[in-house]
Design a protein around this ligand. Structure first.
Ligand code: URA
Length: 235
């Protein structure tokens, strides 16, 4: 739950502009809280009044913070660097680049990976769900270039907690590989998030990933969210 905030900070957090910009807007009399014009940026606003704030008559965008899931398409990079365009920022509201703190993703996906990306301006939450200590479960649908040479051995290797990746000194935490009726499709459940981990684990058992798609991240599931779209999961 949010805590009481100074009005200028609440506006800056919500992407209205910088703190000094917000202060100017407030001094000009453009801001109303619960029906009353407020001209003091230091005015404290209780969380239950966040939704009553109006700037030029418009409510604030996500005044209690951002927590969304995005269905990332293939070809978009998890980066704020325009040189890496297209980036997932292009799929999110432009004003979010002005929010303080800026919404970030929890556990990036490779450019060529699609699926669930959790995005939030609650950086403590992001830290919690990405910390290797918390072992948050991530589920991937894997499409293989060719059937695995030995599915039984692959299942055992994933579950062993001893599977080594190229140029990585520590073994992978025990993971799950679930075959499907299609020899070119397996599901993979990981509890950590190393660089290209799913792809490299598949290589370690003699396979090659054609396509990777994340369907689940901890308690959040992609369900039927359309590709390129996002949905609030704040509840
Ligand atoms: N593992 C990968 O190899 N790529 C991703 O994007 C996520 C997990």
């Amino acid at each position: 739950m949010s805590k009481a905030l100074r009005l200028d900070r609440l506006l800056a957090n919500s992407g209205v502009g910088s703190r000094s910009n917000a202060d100017m807007i407030i001094r000009r009399g453009q801001v109303v809280v619960d029906g009353t014009q407020i001209r003091d940026g230091a005015h404290k606003v209780a969380p239950e009044l966040f939704d009553t704030v109006r700037v030029d008559g418009e409510p604030l965008d996500h005044p209690h913070g951002v927590l969304i899931i995005l269905h990332k398409p293939v070809g978009y990079s998890c980066s704020h660097d325009e040189r890496e365009a297209p980036t997932v920022d292009e799929l999110l509201p432009e004003s979010w680049a002005l929010r303080t703190p800026r919404p970030e993703w929890a556990g990036r996906l490779d450019r060529e990976t699609s699926g669930l990306l959790l995005v939030s301006d609650d950086h403590q939450l992001i830290h919690r769900v990405t910390s290797p200590r918390h072992h948050v479960e991530k589920t991937y649908q894997v499409t293989l270039a060719a059937p695995l040479p030995d599915v039984g051995r692959a299942i055992e290797a994933f579950a062993s907690g001893t599977l080594m990746l190229d140029a990585d000194p520590k073994p992978c935490l025990a993971a799950t590989l679930v075959p499907t009726s299609d020899p070119l499709r397996v599901d993979v459940v990981l509890h950590e998030g190393r660089y290209h981990q799913a792809r490299r684990m598949i290589v370690a058992v003699g396979g090659h990933v054609e396509h990777l798609h994340r369907t689940q991240f901890g308690q959040w599931s992609l369900a039927d969210l359309d590709i390129g779209h996002w949905a609030d999961v704040t509840a």
